[in-house]
Design a protein around this ligand. Structure first.
Ligand code: FUB
Length: 320
């Protein structure tokens, strides 16, 4: 059984996004570098320089490294920090979304395109116009529309934005002020541009009030994942400094989403990042931890385990 085992022992890997393409699982993780770097709250230790893609025949067979997707030097607009990516398929083409700091130090989201889930991918010369912050997740709705959700506070810079405009003076809301939400924008049919101005993904508590900025156990921090099950939209995310992965649901892709509970409790290491995927009728949770590196935050390893839903659609909490 590979559940909760090291999947990519030859290197460090993090931030898995996972898709079923052509009947196989494809893992698109970040590639943590085996170098010594000092950790801080800005995430300066996450100095990743390339991406690899991994193909997994089934949940019993170790993934195969299909090679490098691209290197930082292949991205003309990017300066550093290739953080959590995602990939989506449309009409036989594969679109790989990734964040990086541009030459001015602002996170933007780029796209690379391939005819094959394992590449080779060709990087678009410019980031997506109007994109900012980190952690893109591309959700394919069953009506043929695709949406990009994204955003992360602190090192990911989302707390500096209001109404999609950057201002250095802005801070993460505190106390009873509503927390910031992730962002969502429908993609144009070309999958390389936003079809609309990004909107905020509001998360409400069960009484219908927005989750407060001071509620660090439940407020949105980073790492969005969106999926649909039995007609319900799920929005799952990390709470950052309290290290939970939480889940929320809505009848509308844009939200508001109602907070449901904790999906994954804190793992070893600061960051908690995940992806929920259905494969051959069963649901799986891919995540990372720093068990092997004994808590070195930028030496993470991708793992997975089964994910269980209750009859009412609620998710059973996973304890790593
Ligand atoms: O890997 C760098 C950053 O750490 C990701 O973008 C976040 O989600 C967190 O896992």
């Amino acid at each position: 059984m590979l559940e909760k085992k090291l999947l990519i022992p030859e290197t460090f890997s993090a931030d898995p996004s996972v898709h079923v393409f052509n009947g196989k699982l494809y893992i698109y993780p970040s590639h943590d570098r085996d170098v010594e770097l000092e950790s801080n709250d800005n995430g300066d230790q996450y100095m990743m320089e390339d991406y690899h893609v991994y193909e997994m025949q089934d949940t019993e067979t170790m993934p195969k490294d299909c090679g490098m997707i691209f290197h930082l030097k292949d991205v003309p607009w990017a300066k550093e920090q290739l953080w959590a990516p995602d990939c989506a398929e449309k009409d036989g083409k594969y679109y790989f979304y990734f964040p990086a700091r541009d030459k001015q130090g602002f996170f933007r989201i780029g796209v690379a395109v391939s005819d094959n889930p394992s590449g080779p991918f060709k990087v678009e010369p410019e980031p997506i116009k109007g994109s900012y912050s980190i952690d893109p997740c591309c959700f394919a709705d069953d009506d043929g529309n695709y949406y990009l959700t994204f955003g992360g506070i602190w090192g990911g810079q989302l707390d500096k934005y209001r109404d999609n405009v950057y201002n250095e003076a802005h801070k993460e809301p505190a106390g009873s002020i509503p927390a910031l939400g992730g962002r969502i924008a429908k993609l144009k049919p070309n999958m390389k541009e936003f079809a609309e101005t990004p909107r905020e993904v509001v998360i409400l508590d069960k009484s219908g009030k927005p989750i407060e900025g001071g509620d660090h156990d439940r407020r949105y921090f980073e790492a969005p994942c969106q999926f649909k099950r039995n007609g319900k939209y799920y929005f799952t995310y990390s709470t950052g400094d309290t290290h939970n992965i939480c889940w929320a649901t809505s009848d509308n892709v844009y939200g508001p989403y109602t907070y449901g509970g904790i999906l994954l409790k804190p793992v070893i290491g600061w960051t908690n990042h995940h992806y929920c995927v259905e494969f051959k009728g069963k649901w799986y949770l891919f995540y990372h931890d720093c068990e092997r590196s004994k808590g070195v935050n930028h030496h993470r390893d991708v793992k997975f385990c089964s994910l269980h839903f209750n009859d009412d659609g609620s998710i059973q909490t996973v304890t790593p």
